[in-house]
Write a protein that binds this ligand. Structure first.
Ligand SMILES: CC(C)(COP(=O)(O)OP(=O)(O)OC[C@H]1O[C@@H](n2cnc3c(N)ncnc32)[C@H](O)[C@@H]1OP(=O)(O)O)[C@@H](O)C(=O)NCCC(=O)NCCS
Length: 165
């Protein structure tokens, strides 16, 4: 299954991942955010050009005191640059086929490429929408950052994972 850059022409009205904010986002807000550069969005689609899954990426920074301890020792700035995997969702009809994993792995690979070759970032962070999403990200090795509810995976961890596979 190929991953495409989001374009307005793709059909989104029937997209249903079971979580309203994530349905609304792809149906109503993605076009504007991509157009203004607030994020990039990547999708998987079926032969009818209907979006069946998507994720978004943007740059973000977190206060140094929110970062894991090993970064606090090494980085002397007030804020740490990271990449935010803002949203990740799949249509319900396609759960359990490995497509979520495909999107997640692609987002991490793309983030690693950006951080290595283009724009510095020490980690990918996510904002899990609920407890279920938190479990999903925990399963893939994200760790919870204290207080913020956000989750963190360092570029070093991502690089090591891809070098092993
Ligand atoms: C999260 C989501 C993208 C996963 O997609 P999916 O294609 O069903 O998941 P995959 O088939 O890639 O599953 C990969 C693995 O994660 C597991 N998994 C799926 N959902 C999980 C959850 N909530 N908690 C823990 N593990 C989970 C699967 O069992 C599978 O395990 P395996 O590789 O050992 O068989 C999809 O369920 C979804 O869109 N949910 C609604 C939106 C959402 O919650 N997004 C989260 C980000 S805010």
């Amino acid at each position: 299954m190929k991953i495409h850059k989001y374009e307005r022409k793709y059909k989104r009205e029937k997209f249903d991942c079971g979580k309203k904010p994530l349905n609304n986002y792809i149906q109503k807000n993605a076009t504007k955010d991509v157009k203004t550069g607030a994020c990039t969005c990547f999708i998987v689609k079926n032969d009818e050009d209907e979006v069946i899954g998507y994720y978004t990426l943007s740059t973000e920074s977190i206060p140094i005191e929110d970062a894991p301890e090993q970064f606090q020792k090494k980085i002397k700035y007030q804020y740490v640059p990271v990449i935010l995997l803002g949203r990740l969702a799949l249509d319900k009809n396609h759960f359990g086929k490995g497509l979520g994993k495909l999107l997640l792995v692609d987002s991490l690979k793309r983030s690693l490429d950006v951080a290595t070759n283009h724009v510095g970032a020490v980690a990918v962070i996510v904002d899990p929408i609920d407890e279920e999403a938190e479990h999903y990200y925990l399963k893939y090795g994200f760790t919870l950052l204290p207080d913020s509810g956000r989750m963190f995976m360092s570029m070093k961890t991502i690089e090591t994972a891809f070098n092993k596979s």
